[in-house]
Design a protein around this ligand. Structure first.
Ligand SMILES: CC(=O)N[C@H]1[C@@H](OP(=O)(O)OP(=O)(O)OC[C@H]2O[C@@H](n3ccc(=O)[nH]c3=O)[C@H](O)[C@@H]2O)O[C@H](CO)[C@@H](O)[C@@H]1O[C@H](C)C(=O)N[C@@H](C)C(=O)N[C@H](CCC(=O)O)C(=O)O
Ligand SMILES: Nc1ncnc2c1ncn2[C@@H]1O[C@H](COP(=O)(O)OP(=O)(O)OP(=O)(O)O)[C@@H](O)[C@H]1O
Ligand SMILES: N[C@H](CCC[C@H](N)C(=O)O)C(=O)O
Ligand SMILES: [Mg+2]
Length: 501
């Protein structure tokens, strides 16, 4: 496509050939190919302008720079005020505005985004829709799975994948909208039909500095929904968890239609009542503007009832009947690494979960405690280069529910592992039952070794992750595989000792 065409919506100054053909767009010089446009962005950890020589070496035919850039380049140069917005605008034109044709659903909130987006997607697929799903675990474009470097894709990748969904006959894209993605304008230009708010609790204070700043970042997503009609002649909708203490704020920052869900706030449009739960799942009565119906799902915990309500509300807005919702809920398989039960024949249960915030951990441990007859043993750590304030709070939460805690490494990144553990331990009382074992594998081993019949071991923080990020390298590490390996060796040991006896 000609540069003049893709810059038609961009206030910019162009030096060089305005009609040069652009074959692709990226903001990463390592991905540039011959004939591509490279958009240089001043980021938080480095400045894309520094890598322009690499972009040229890889064959960039156009470079987009911001107006502080001084220097002349041997290729067509486009100067813009805001290169993050430029990346989004160029991509929207290049890929033919796909999000104006697809139905696009964005889910934001501190916890539950991956779960809710997966549930929405499962429901849409159960109705025969072809879909895209972008989030923490991976990006899915109909049947193709792509690794996810960040929870919310970069703006150009949202546009690219949405155009591929359309080309493949897809109708929906559902994605997680992280607060980082709002601030870094990854969602700029994406035309959402539905925005969902799950909850807001402490996280990411390393990046946002204050809870207010964090809340406003998420609020901007709802403001950006606008008031316009969405695709298919429907009105855009903001779906809001009415039990969250920030519900009113999120309703106030959007001008579009609002639909609320809740368990306790009886003014909600969608309500779950008479909730029962066990280790096998949960059931509740769903009250809606279309009537009531009983729902059964294999997902357990009150927090998962909220996640189901969020997904159900999307389905209702999309015109599902109550019986379609009931059937889809009954078939949900759950999400890898989210309260995932690992098969064990040791008489105790093992759960791998992604809780990495105080509220996430509190919800999961409370649920585990409710369905455990024996002791609750918790293994967790905290990521390096992430909100340090949450470390002692997570310890306090772990102590509230657990009979024994093993504090270990999460993804330490460049931080000192002993120091992270010390900061966690500061949140424990003097009577806490705990051990610090920095090697995550040894920590899991220890927890499984002390577990006995009817106990539950929760391995929290890394969920689906199949790696561990250390200071100088990333190694293979998968909590679920490690648990399975240890359980196998425990079984072998038992079998052998039975032979001796
Ligand atoms: C704070 C944040 O959103 N950071 C993301 C953002 O970084 P950035 O824009 O500041 O870019 P940067 O890394 O300083 O680099 C500047 C520019 O130079 C370019 N570059 C860099 C090196 C090079 O060799 N060539 C090159 O062109 C980069 O592509 C970039 O455009 O854009 C980068 C490229 O797309 C991401 O890698 C980076 O994620 C970092 C690794 C990260 O840790 N992000 C986390 C905190 C994050 O975004 N998490 C949220 C989920 C959080 C949650 O909800 O729990 C997420 O959406 O994933
Ligand atoms: N609605 C909820 N409320 C509170 N905690 C939850 C909720 N749903 C899930 N959790 C807890 O939070 C963890 C993360 O859930 P999930 O991956 O769905 O959230 P997320 O918002 O996508 O997280 P991330 O910000 O890392 O992408 C789960 O493993 C569980 O422990
Ligand atoms: N999306 C979250 C995930 C944290 C997962 C945890 N395992 C860690 O690495 O801290 C973040 O980037 O803060
Ligand atoms: Mg997620």
């Amino acid at each position: 496509m000609k540069l003049s065409k893709i810059t038609s919506n961009l206030r910019c100054a162009i030096t060089g050939d305005k009609d040069v053909e652009v074959l692709g767009i990226t903001n990463d010089t390592r991905k540039v190919q011959a004939g591509w446009a490279f958009v240089a962005i001043k980021g938080y950890s480095t400045d894309g302008h520094k890598f322009i020589p690499q972009a040229l070496e890889n064959g960039a035919s156009v470079v987009i720079v911001d107006r502080d850039f001084k220097g002349e380049l041997p290729v067509t140069t486009v100067t813009v005020k805001d290169s993050r917005k430029a990346l989004a605008k160029l991509s929207m034109e290049f890929y033919g505005h796909p999000t104006e044709k697809l139905r696009v659903i964005g889910v934001t909130g501190t916890n539950g985004k991956t779960t809710v987006t997966n549930l929405i997607n499962e429901m849409l697929e159960s109705r025969g829709h072809k879909t895209g799903l972008f989030g923490t675990n991976n990006y899915k474009v109909i049947d193709k799975i792509i690794d996810a470097p960040t929870t919310t894709p970069e703006s150009f990748q949202i546009q690219k994948m949405c155009s591929e969904i359309l080309d493949g006959g897809g109708e929906y894209a559902t994605m997680e909208v992280s607060s980082h993605a709002v601030v870094t304008k990854r969602i700029y230009g994406t035309d959402y039909d539905i925005g969902v708010f799950t909850n807001l609790t402490q996280d990411h204070l390393d990046f946002h500095k204050t809870m207010d700043e964090y809340k406003h970042a998420k609020g901007r997503f709802f403001t950006s929904l606008g008031t316009g009609a969405s695709k298919g002649g429907k009105t855009k909708v903001a779906i809001i968890n009415n039990d969250d203490k920030h519900a009113e704020y999120f309703q106030s920052v959007t001008l579009t239609d609002v639909v609320t869900y809740g368990i306790y706030n009886q003014n909600s449009d969608i309500i779950a009542k008479e909730i029962t739960m066990s280790s096998q799942g949960s059931s509740f009565i769903l009250e809606t503007w279309m009537g009531s119906i009983d729902i059964k799902t294999s997902l357990t915990g009150e927090f998962n009832v909220y996640n189901c309500l969020a997904a159900i509300t999307v389905a209702l807005v999309e015109g599902f009947t109550l019986s379609e919702i009931k059937n889809a809920m009954a078939k949900l398989v759950g999400v890898p690494g989210r309260f995932e039960l690992v098969k064990s024949d040791q008489g105790f249960s093992v759960v791998v979960d992604y809780a990495h915030t105080p509220d996430g951990l509190s919800n999961v441990l409370k649920t585990a405690k409710e369905i455990t007859a024996g002791k609750l043993i918790t293994v967790f750590g905290c990521g390096g280069e992430r909100d340090a304030e949450k470390r002692p709070i997570m310890a306090e939460v772990a102590e509230r529910y657990s009979d024994f805690i093993v504090i270990t490494n999460d993804n330490p990144r460049s931080e000192d592992t002993g120091k992270i553990a010390e900061e966690i331990v500061k949140g424990l009382s003097t009577s806490a039952n705990y051990k610090v074992i920095l090697s995550r594998k040894e920590a899991i081993e220890q927890a499984l070794n002390i577990a006995s019949a009817k106990d539950t071991v929760i391995v929290a923080g890394k969920g689906h992750e199949n790696y561990q990020i250390l200071a100088d390298k990333t190694i293979d590490f998968d909590d679920k595989l490690i648990v399975e390996e240890i359980l196998r060796s425990m079984k072998k040991h038992e079998d052998n000792s039975e032979g001796i006896i």
